[in-house]
Design a protein around this ligand. Structure first.
Ligand code: FAD
Length: 310
């Protein structure tokens, strides 16, 4: 069995694997797609101490660093079921889609999350070419330009307030007849001179010139009329969905599906830890996921050294 089995190979999983392996214990990583969301990212400008890198390059470095520490990487392996140990200190079981079953004294869940998409024409084509999902990451790329934020929940309104301080103009588009964000955020948004709010509006198309976004089309859900807006960027903020559906019987999740962890990365189940975008950690970023993965690995090691000798 593994001493530490990491599920997921993004920044959180890679950090957890390296920190655990450096304790001289047996560590494995099972990942559906090693690299995680980083593989889908173009420029990264907020990975501290590296002023600029690109997703595929960072993912390759993550993999190299993990391998150099003697970790067994099982890539292209999707976990489907987690069976916690029946007694404290016993072995947990992870069942993979290929039918194999892995056993481990501790497990670190780092399965990340995915941004909910609008699913309209042009969205995939112009992803990273004007269509963005992360204001902390890509906001500065649109300095002085015009952008739209799709979604009037807390994350959409926070993004609009954040972006209004950087870009020339923000159009916030909400499907419902009213915004759903907290009142304090809505008041702040309404006070900003360079923000326009459109409610009862549904984005129907991302428009572009073949290389980048030039605007979007939305439908006024009251009149049924379609309108075009010219702009350079579109931030989609309609939800970040944790990849945790398959583990709901094993560890406690919030109503939104985030794995509940404490400050040490412990889940509700002794010996099972979690880190990164799949968890209740407040901000979803590469450096934060790496810090959380390291925390979870150190906690797993702390747990292991307290297990009674067999
Ligand atoms: P992820 O990166 O999501 O990795 C999850 C891992 O788990 C993957 O290996 C996945 O294949 C695996 N997995 C999922 N389900 C299973 C399963 N059932 N079985 C086995 N494996 C599974 N952050 C920044 O800090 N700066 C940026 O510039 C930036 N830009 C971004 C741009 C885009 C387009 C996107 C989508 C995100 C961006 N982010 C950025 C956010 C950042 O990528 C995430 O915060 C970070 O990758 C989270 O790391 P993670 O390890 O928790 O999860």
């Amino acid at each position: 069995p593994f001493d530490v089995l990491v599920v997921g190979g993004g920044p959180a999983g890679a950090a957890a694997a390296i920190y655990a392996a450096r304790k001289g214990i047996r560590v494995g990583v099972a990942a559906e797609r090693f690299g995680g969301q980083v593989l889908d990212t173009m420029g990264i400008e907020n990975f501290i101490s590296v002023p600029y890198t690109e997703g595929p390059k960072l993912a390759a470095h993550l993999e190299q660093h993990v391998k150099e520490n003697g970790v067994d990487i099982m890539n292209l392996q999707r976990a489907e079921k987690l069976v916690p140990a029946s007694r404290e200190g016993g072995l947990h079981e992870l069942v993979l889609a290929n039918g194999a079953s892995l056993k481990a004294r501790t497990i670190i869940l780092t399965t990340g999350a995915r941004w909910r998409q609008m699913n309209v024409p042009g969205e995939d084509e112009y992803r990273n070419k004007g269509v963005a999902y992360c204001p902390h990451c890509d906001g500065p790329l649109f300095k002085g330009k015009r952008v739209a934020v799709i979604g009037g929940g807390n994350s959409g309104v926070e993004a609009a307030i954040d972006l209004a301080g950087i870009v020339a103009h923000v159009t916030l588009i909400e499907f419902d007849s009213q915004l759903r964000a907290d009142a304090v955020l809505q008041r702040k948004l309404a006070s900003l001179p360079n923000v326009k709010i459109l409610t009862s509006s549904m984005t129907t198309r991302v428009n572009g010139d073949g290389t980048k976004v030039t605007g979007l089309t939305y439908k006024d859900r009251v009149s049924g009329a379609e309108h075009d807006i010219e702009l350079e960027g579109i931030f989609v903020q309609i939800g970040l969905v944790p990849n945790t559906e398959w583990m709901k019987d094993a560890v406690a999740l919030t109503p939104r599906g985030e794995i509940v962890i404490d400050a040490r990365g412990e889940t509700s189940q002794p010996g099972i830890f979690a880190a990164g975008d799949a968890t209740t950690v407040p901000y979803k970023q590469i450096v934060i996921a790496m810090g959380a993965g390291s925390t979870a690995a150190l906690s797993a090691f702390d747990y292991l050294i307290r297990l009674p000798a067999e």
